[in-house]
Design a protein around this ligand. Structure first.
Ligand SMILES: Cc1cc2nc3c(=O)[nH]c(=O)nc-3n(C[C@H](O)[C@H](O)[C@H](O)COP(=O)(O)OP(=O)(O)OC[C@H]3O[C@@H](n4cnc5c(N)ncnc54)[C@H](O)[C@@H]3O)c2cc1C
Length: 254
């Protein structure tokens, strides 16, 4: 089911993933591909895009970073929020072993992807990175889906001390035939896109840009003629790196 107009759902469950990230399970379903997103509307607050962690029931993982997400974190079980979508181009699932690389709440669309890949019998290894152990999110979801999970923290409080990209390189050493799928901070995506190019590994990368309509109309998420909402949010390594070898980030996170 696709929602053309904002449609109300009630929150059925809220789970704290980290000090700043919560997962909301809603009382309904849509039909979506991993990597697609929905526009979430809170009346008198705003409307913002969020990746689907699952489509049945609809599940969203929301990091508290500003006014909209602060309002979302104030919601309680039984409260309503309004959704339209799903929108965008999701991940194309390849019949190869998969290496998934997630930075912070970038784990959200990858958890959905992991579940679908595992259901199709694909072997999935996940590199999950964050600043500190308490910032790692959704590790249990990946484990429950039957993935091997490899953690990285910048402060070394759990798993590899360093970046998820270091772990990803090791996983690709062990699985040279793998396909890579990633979501997280822009610097991480660029590094991984270079890695894919160097090694001839097929890579798909979910990117973020400021978005207003989510439908390909307003143009606020334009990147060199590509719209992140309509042509993405999942892009190839070449699209991430762009013609000049880097991906300008006019309003993005480093
Ligand atoms: C396709 C897509 C999927 C997303 N999925 C998720 C998700 O699953 N979970 C989640 O927590 N967030 C997700 N986001 C990001 C979320 O929509 C934004 O963080 C949102 O703007 C938060 O609203 P806010 O009012 O709380 O904070 P804002 O005031 O909008 O933003 C707070 C800070 O984050 C920066 N910022 C916000 N949005 C973006 C962006 N799109 N690109 C670059 N910088 C930005 C702003 O510059 C500001 O510094 C997604 C974004 C996109 C485009």
């Amino acid at each position: 089911m696709t929602l053309d107009l904002p449609t109300a759902f009630r929150i059925r469950d809220i789970r704290d993933e980290s000090p700043t990230v919560r997962t909301f399970t809603l009382d309904g379903a849509v039909q979506a591909e991993p990597g697609q997103f929905v526009m979430v509307w809170l009346p008198r607050v705003n409307e913002k895009p969020f990746s689907l962690v699952d489509d049945a029931p609809i599940t969203l993982t929301i990091a508290r970073v500003g006014p909209f997400t602060e309002a979302a974190h104030r919601l309680r079980v039984g409260d309503r929020l309004w959704l339209r979508g799903p929108y965008g181009r999701g991940f194309e699932r390849l019949a190869r072993p998969a290496v998934l690389v997630a930075g912070g709440y970038g784990a959200a669309p990858l958890a959905f992807l992991a579940r679908r890949l595992r259901a199709e019998g694909v072997e999935v290894a996940v590199a999950l990175g964050a600043k500190r152990a308490c910032d790692l999110v959704l590790a249990e979801r990946f484990r429950d889906a039957g993935c091997s999970v490899h953690l990285a923290t910048e402060d070394g409080s759990l798993g590899h001390r360093g970046l998820a990209t270091d772990v990803a390189a090791r996983l690709l050493d062990a699985n040279p035939d793998a396909a890579l799928y990633a979501c997280g901070p822009e610097a991480m995506l660029q590094r991984l896109a270079h890695l894919c190019r160097e090694r001839g590994v097929p890579g798909q990368f979910s990117m973020e840009r400021m978005m207003k309509c989510g439908l390909g109309v307003c143009g606020s998420c334009d990147h060199h003629g590509l719209l992140v909402c309509r042509d993405g949010p999942v892009f190839s390594a070449d699209q991430v790196l762009g013609a000049r070898g880097d991906f300008p980030s006019p309003c993005g996170r480093a």
